[in-house]
Design a protein around this ligand. Structure first.
Ligand SMILES: [Zn+2]
Length: 420
């Protein structure tokens, strides 16, 4: 798209920060949103027909470099999560860095085709950075820190910092991407790595309170996770533990002074929910929970507390997690799955969870996440079903119609209009 200024017209426009607009338009000027309003006030240059224009989706938790498990039939439900972890570790052991990089390129392309314009990706030592930097997408690429044993922790942190040292500030601007760090999880990562990550002043993410076995390991140092860690040679009798509770890993001492994107958080103690409110941050830090609905359902977990978290003022955004636990890297598919299970979530809130809230958590909400003049024209265009509905959000969420096009900074980057 070479035109400097053009207006898209669609059956519905969902600005997120405002009600849906039937027969709406979005004017794009030099890659930014210049105007959003009804077609009665402005004629569109491109009529996208029976579609919806929404902000590009924000995938707040994924691992682009992970492919589906070799022996996975995709029908997992009530699966034993520790058994699944064994299979992931086994497959990783058979994967070269070249394979990780190739998978990241391919999986990112499918995520973009599904309307993703901002991705939070957890990766081994920056393996997915070249893919994210080269693609028409925004990203925060978190290098994984892992290891209860000091030697393993040193190895992963050296690899992470070696990668970080290669990224110059001007590269980040050109790539629309930033680096971050991801201490993997309390059960897999020593306390000193959490503190080291928090001291880096970079965005952080961690898998927290993801499974009941984690709580047991933290409190009692036993159970299936301990057996698993012993089996793979990762257990450390002199484990450097931050504390006996999952929330200690983001709230204790200087750990409070970082942005934390909490992957999953299913078993967070409700008594700690208040601590996750933006107002509870000592210095404007951003703490949010990335809920991955289909991955959560796969393992037959306790119900996810997303509604209680939201009711207490916490920010909950949506991730897909990896193809090792979910069938697609589509945030829209996750939102539709969640809507089918819990139709009581207002449509506007659900869409914000898949867009603006993730942008907030990644400190990109001034740039993207809603259709607001001045923000980047990062959009997804979704085909709508041929029916009417009093609630336009049901046209989005009670439908199997695909994402037709993705725009990034005002350019069509996926779909039939690419290069038009
Ligand atoms: Zn994950």
């Amino acid at each position: 798209m070479t035109r400097e200024t053009f207006t898209l017209q669609a059956r519905f426009v969902f600005p997120v920060e405002g009600p849906p607009i039937e027969n709406g338009c979005v004017t794009i000027k030099e890659g930014r949103i210049a105007w959003v309003g009804p077609a009665s006030e402005r004629e569109g240059d491109i009529d996208l027909g029976n579609t919806a224009i929404v902000p590009g989706f924000v995938n707040a938790h994924t691992h682009l470099e992970l492919d589906p498990l070799d022996d996975d039939d995709g029908s997992g439900s009530n699966e034993d999560m520790v058994g699944w972890l064994r299979r992931v570790v086994g497959q990783r052991g058979r994967t070269t860095e070249e394979m990780l990089r190739a998978a990241a390129v391919c999986n990112l392309a499918s995520a973009i085709a599904a309307g993703t314009t901002l991705v939070a990706d957890v990766t081994m030592a920056g393996a997915s950075w070249p893919a994210v930097a080269a693609a028409a997408v925004r990203g925060v690429v978190f290098a994984e820190l892992i290891g209860l044993k000091r030697e393993r922790g040193l190895h992963t942190s050296e690899a992470a910092w070696r990668w970080l040292s290669t990224i110059r500030p001007e590269d980040q601007v050109a790539a629309c991407a930033r680096p971050g760090l991801s201490p993997h999880a309390p059960y897999s990562t020593a306390g000193w790595l959490f503190y080291k990550a928090a001291g880096s002043r970079m965005p952080l993410t961690t898998h927290l309170a993801e499974l009941p076995e984690e709580l047991r390991l933290l409190e009692r140092h036993d159970g299936p996770l301990r057996e698993f860690l012993e089996d793979i040679g990762a257990w450390d009798d002199d484990w450097d533990q931050v504390g006996p509770r999952s929330s200690d890993y983001i709230r204790k001492g200087d750990l409070r002074r970082a942005d934390w994107l909490i992957a999953h958080g299913t078993y967070l103690d409700p008594d700690d929910f208040w601590q996750l409110r933006p107002e509870a941050a000592p210095d404007g830090q951003r703490v949010a929970v990335a809920y991955c609905p289909r991955t959560h359902a796969r393992f037959g977990h306790a119900p996810h507390p997303y509604r209680k978290l939201i009711d207490r003022g916490a920010i909950v955004c949506i991730g897909t997690d990896s193809l090792a636990s979910t069938p697609t890297l589509s945030v829209l598919d996750e939102l539709r799955f969640l809507h089918a299970r819990d139709a009581s979530i207002p449509g506007g809130l659900l869409l914000a969870m898949g867009t603006l809230f993730g942008a907030w958590a990644l400190r990109a909400d001034l740039t993207t996440g809603s259709l607001k003049p001045g923000k980047s024209a990062d959009l997804a265009v979704i085909s709508l079903p041929d029916r009417d509905d009093r609630d336009p959000f049901t046209l989005l969420f009670e439908s199997a119609e695909p994402v037709e096009s993705t725009l990034f900074e005002g350019d069509f980057v996926a779909g039939p209009w690419v290069g038009a």
